[in-house]
Design a binder for this molecule. Structure first.
Ligand SMILES: [Zn+2]
Length: 324
């Protein structure tokens, strides 16, 4: 934070309530307590106190349970807390979630996360997947020059009991080069403002690419791709202009047109995945969420990670996007 922003931030301290001062003090001391985590989570409920069972508003507070406020809905007579209906419901050791948020923001492995939070590896693993299931992302529009390119990620069938091939050592290489059923295609599209969308593709066909791009591509977009034959019919179906770079003939750039932005995103995604050797295919989507949450924005605050996981942003599960 530069000096001017810092002074502006500091001047707002006078507006804090007594409770907020205590909480801010803890955060500054680097020891966010259970109350700090709970305070963050309770923000989800908001002033309307909407019941997750029947969507009626105006629930009343009725005591506490497991450190969280218990709400009673007069509409349906059921109780709930701020995590009811989310993947984070009923997880224990909430006071360690800020440490876990820090671990997520640094892209740590399960073993490192377990050590940092003082929990078993199995708990750290469960948390990771519950948090990533909960993480949601904002709606993004890609405008102007939009680069799109697919990359292939080595898929693992880790944890599956009945393999129809010989098991491979984790992090190993595909037995066949190029496109095979051991490589999963991931589409990455980005515009020049840095807004990025990525999604696991069922296959590299025009229809699959169109399904990812249709909700996010502005009508004014100029799609730039390599010579893959799936893109022309996709661009035609979407009704956007399309320029092809003939990379196999050595054409990396034509005027302003190139696909270096998405290719550098591919590299960062692969670096990140490499750290977590041998990711199971079924979890690839979760890891893409993580990449968008914590790796693309470069180490966001643990608070931001927890807030995203607590579902304070809009939900859009089909593909994963973020605007930086
Ligand atoms: Zn209700």
């Amino acid at each position: 934070m530069d000096r001017q922003d810092y002074m502006a931030w500091l001047s707002q301290i006078d507006e804090l309530s007594a409770e907020q001062r205590v909480e801010a003090g803890r955060a500054l001391a680097g020891q966010p307590s259970l109350e700090a985590v709970v305070g963050l989570l309770e923000e989800r409920i908001g002033a309307e106190r909407r019941c997750p069972h029947c969507t009626a508003e105006g629930a009343v507070i009725r005591g506490q349970s497991n450190g969280l406020r218990r709400y009673f809905c007069r509409g349906c007579g059921k109780t709930f807390n701020c995590l009811t209906g989310t993947p984070l419901a009923r997880l224990r050791y909430k006071e360690r979630w800020t440490a876990f948020g820090a671990s997520m923001s640094e892209g740590e492995t399960v073993a490192a996360a377990a050590q940092r939070c003082g929990v078993a590896g199995s708990t750290a693993f469960r948390w990771r997947h519950r948090f990533l299931r909960a993480v949601s992302s904002g709606v993004v529009k890609l405008r102007g020059i939009v680069e799109a390119d697919e990359t292939f990620v080595l898929a693992s069938r880790k944890g599956e009991r009945h393999l129809d091939r010989k098991p491979r050592k984790r992090g190993g290489k595909a037995s066949k080069r190029g496109l095979s059923d051991e490589r999963v295609p991931v589409l990455v599209a980005a515009d020049r403002s840095g807004s990025t969308v990525s999604a696991v593709l069922p296959s590299v066909c025009a229809a699959a690419i169109e399904a990812v791009l249709r909700p996010v591509l502005g009508k004014d977009a100029l799609l730039v791709t390599d010579g893959c034959t799936s893109y022309p019919p996709c661009a035609a179906a979407l009704g956007v202009s399309h320029e092809v770079l003939n990379q196999t003939a050595g054409e990396r750039m034509r005027g302003d047109l190139h696909i270096q932005t998405v290719n550098s995103r591919h590299e960062r995604l692969k670096d990140f995945l490499r750290r977590h050797r041998g990711i199971a295919t079924k979890y690839l989507d979760s890891y893409l969420r993580w990449y968008h949450l914590a790796i693309l924005p470069r180490a966001p605050s643990p608070r931001a990670v927890l807030a995203a996981a607590a579902g304070m942003l809009n939900v859009r599960p089909a593909c994963i996007a973020n605007a930086n």
